[in-house]
Design a protein around this ligand. Structure first.
Ligand code: GTP
Ligand code: MG
Length: 348
């Protein structure tokens, strides 16, 4: 990710939607992994984070995304569970998001957690694209692996295309009932005013280039709006999980959404009881395109700038809490930062 301006903050993309609609599979297609296959009961039970470099996105998107057109290092994807019992994790994922993908199974259409995800996006004012996934399951579908959707769609039999259209218009109608003006993405001019619906398949890769192209367009807008963010400032993040790691004891998987975190920094972390004040012993970064939730090869780094997923090793983290804030103290009074963390904990 080194060719690009590193003072720009990487946009955070949340992937939201109903259980089994294909969120993890879509991410697997983008990052070239098979995380979904390894999940217990085939459902996601934690929030994940994956840094996908711009080069990977451009490779995947073919002609639709050119590296030269974008001045950002890549995207940080946040995977969320769709099962109804994980609504806290969905809100947490939504709260971190700058932009989002709402994944909807084209055959299954809108379901309770699709509505829930839409509520989160509406509440947080997060721009999003709809991935109308599993288009390949349309009866009579003739797959074109990894193709942009338009040529694949245009090349289908009339019957297959009409069946898909019916499902797509059902989704567009549901979005409209919920107050969103939406259309097939190739008819949308302004993706912040109108929601683009992209037929796609996480299995065959069709339409995935288009999902990425729309996301990159939304990121570009987001970057313009958020130019002033100071990625050099004291880091701020959210704990995804507290995990024991051999040789380190309790560690934190964290999404850093603002500023920079450095080895040796004093941090304040929300705990089961009082906020924990400790000093970072090691910062461990997953490989590009790796899901922090399942990765076991980490690179030790001296600092990490937002947005990024990183594992923090430090003393006294046993009582740290998933969902809690992490704040770097740097040149502020530690008591002020403790109060900040307490205030934020009171809100969640
Ligand atoms: P949760 O995280 O538990 O909410 O599920 P998810 O949305 O991450 O769904 P996941 O990616 O685990 O996929 C669920 C099932 O649908 C798996 O068996 C996938 O192989 C299958 N699947 C996902 N996307 C597609 C697709 O585009 N086409 C087809 N045919 N199957 C798909
Ligand atoms: Mg999943």
């Amino acid at each position: 990710m080194s060719d690009h301006d590193t003072s720009l903050r990487t946009p955070i993309v949340a992937v939201l939607g109903h259980v089994d609609h294909g969120k993890t599979s879509l991410l697997d297609k983008i990052r070239g992994s098979a995380v979904s296959d390894g999940e217990a009961g085939a459902i996601t039970q934690h929030i994940g984070a994956t840094a996908v470099p711009l080069e990977t996105i451009a490779d995947m998107a073919g002609d639709l995304v050119e590296v030269e057109d974008f001045d950002l290092p890549g995207l940080l994807f946040i995977d969320t569970p769709g099962h109804h019992s994980f609504s806290t994790l969905r809100s947490r994922g939504g709260a971190l998001a700058d932009i989002a993908i709402l994944v909807v199974d084209v055959n299954d259409g809108f379901q309770p957690q699709t509505e829930e995800a839409l509520d989160i996006l509406q509440r947080t004012g997060t721009p999003f694209v709809v991935a109308a996934n599993k288009a390949d399951t349309t009866p009579g579908w003739n797959p074109v692996e990894n193709s942009p959707i338009k040529p694949s769609y245009d090349g289908q039999s009339d019957v297959a295309r009409q069946r898909l259209d019916e499902n797509l218009y059902e989704i567009i109608g549901q979005l409209s009932d919920d107050g969103f003006s939406a259309d097939l993405y190739w008819r949308v001019q302004n993706f912040q005013k109108n929601i683009g619906v992209v037929p796609c398949s996480a299995l065959t890769g069709e339409g995935v280039p288009d999902v990425l192209a729309v996301l990159m367009g939304l990121s570009q807008r987001f970057m313009k709006a958020e130019m002033e963010i100071d990625v050099e400032g004291p880091g701020e993040g959210t704990v995804l999980e507290v995990k024991d790691e051999q040789g380190f004891g309790a560690t934190l998987d964290v999404v850093v959404y603002d500023g920079t975190i450095k080895e040796g920094d004093q941090i304040v972390v929300g705990g089961v009881n009082d906020p924990i004040v400790t000093e970072i012993r090691a910062l461990l970064q997953p490989q590009p395109n790796a899901e922090i939730r399942v990765e076991n090869r980490f690179e030790r780094v001296e600092s990490v700038a937002a947005a990024a997923g990183v594992k923090i090793a430090a003393p006294d983290l046993d009582e740290a809490m998933a969902g809690a804030p992490v704040r770097v103290v740097r040149d502020r009074a530690v008591d002020d930062v403790i109060e900040e963390v307490k205030a934020e904990l009171a809100e969640i």
